[in-house]
Structure formats: C-alpha cells, structure tokens
Design a protein around this ligand. Structure first.
Ligand SMILES: [Zn+2]
Length: 241
C-alpha cells in the first residue's frame, strides 16, 4: 500500500449543497471539501450538476471568485448538458460500444435496426422512443455477455443482475447481491464497461471503497484507472439520452 493511499484515508471530507451565482442565474452545486486538497476545482457532471472540490478551510468567497473567473467555461459546460433536449435528426451521431452510429430514417421497417454503421428507425419523429428502446435491448445482450465473460475469466459465480435507468450512477450492488448496470453503459467502450462490471464484482468482497476494495478492482481489471477516467470524461455524452 502506497503512502498516498494512507494519507488519503486520513483526510477529513465534508459535502454540502450550495448555490452558485452565475451572473444572476442560480446554479445548484455540490460543494466537497477535503483536508487533502490544496486547490479549487470545478466540474459539471453528466446530470448537469456542478461539483466544486476545495480545500477544507478555504473561505467560501473564493468559490464565488473562481466561478466568476471561469463563468464562460461553466456556461458552455452547462449548455452542453442541456443539448440533450435537441430534436432528433437524421445524420446525428449516437455513441455505441465506444464507436458512433449514424441515425437514419428507413421506410418500410417496423422497429429500429442496425444496418452497417447506421441505426435505422421507421420514423424520425418517434426516435425519442424507438432509439432508447433499441439501446435497452442491446444493453441487455451486451452487458449480460460481459458479465458472463468476466465472471468466467476470474472464476466467479455469475450474480443476478438487472438493468438500471439511474441518472447519475453506472452500477451498484444491492444488499441482496443483485448487480445493477446502467443501460447507457452500452454506449461506452468495452474498457469502460469492463471497469464498471469489475467494480461491482469487487463489491462482493469489499462493500466499501477502501484501498482493499481498489486492490480487488485492480486484480479484476488492471486498466481500471484509464477506464475510470474515460468514463468520467465521456459521461455527459452517454447521458444525453
Ligand atoms: Zn462502488
């Protein structure tokens, strides 16, 4: 165990809700403080929530200055999240298994179907329903296959699992031992999917996020740090619908 990990465990952390003032617009945010932090950082998560990380004892005024300084960036980030409300149109790109599908309308078909790298739908006006329905079916197949393959590879029993529609989490493990995987994961690359599956499998041994838990994740998924970073970067894209 590295020294950095030990130090991180000893850090004092707090979390509270706050409002940011973005040139008169009230923006709710999650303010996370940690004694291990030295600098202020801000990000917008997939649900359009602003998360501010700051040192434990830094005065809250500093956050206001920081937001003011980065207001253009913040507005851009928030606008991107809101773009999920854009109308569906032929030619738009849809993330799928780490790649992109092009949305197209095709007369005479009954439901959404894959044709080369095009996702064809019978009626673009109904895409808001037909596209997620197609993804849900794919998620059921693809995620089941990954779960099975990873359990087999590591000699683990196949757990019960279900798809989830959570707005802000990729997976979870219930006390009854049922793994939930967000159907939107099927938009991500295999590396990202494998990381989330392994994360939940590791929770069977460690029901926490301790260094011991991360060692379990590392044993199941050696590339988990890269995958985790990718998922954080791409999360907003995957949550657009
Ligand atoms: Zn976890």
């Amino acid at each position: 165990m590295g020294f950095a990990r030990l130090k991180r465990c000893a850090a004092i952390r707090t979390e509270e809700r706050a409002d940011l003032d973005l040139d008169g617009l009230r923006v709710p945010c999650l303010l996370r403080r940690s004694s291990a932090r030295r600098t202020l950082a801000m990000r917008v998560d997939a649900c359009g929530r602003v998360v501010v990380n700051m040192p434990l004892t830094m005065p809250v005024d500093r956050m206001g200055e920081f937001v003011h300084l980065h207001r253009d960036w913040l507005r851009r980030q928030l606008n991107q999240v809101c773009r999920a409300e854009e109308p569906w149109r032929p030619g738009m790109l849809l993330p799928f298994l780490g790649d992109r599908l092009r949305l197209a309308e095709a007369r005479g078909i009954e439901r959404a179907q894959l044709h080369a790298d095009c996702l064809q739908v019978p009626d673009i006006a109904q895409a808001r329903e037909s596209v997620p329905a197609w993804y849900l079916g794919e998620a059921r197949r693809q995620l089941a296959a990954r779960l099975q393959a990873l359990c087999q590879r590591h000699g683990l029993p196949l757990p019960r699992w279900r798809l989830s529609d959570a707005r802000s989490r990729w997976g979870s493990l219930s006390v009854q031992g049922v793994v939930s995987l967000n159907w939107r994961l099927v938009k991500a690359s295999m590396a990202e999917i494998d990381y989330v599956v392994c994360h939940e499998l590791a929770h069977f041994r460690q029901r926490n996020h301790s260094p011991a838990f991360w060692r379990e994740v590392g044993a199941l998924c050696p590339a988990h740090e890269v995958a985790r970073r990718l998922l954080r970067q791409n999360g907003r894209l995957y949550f657009q619908f």
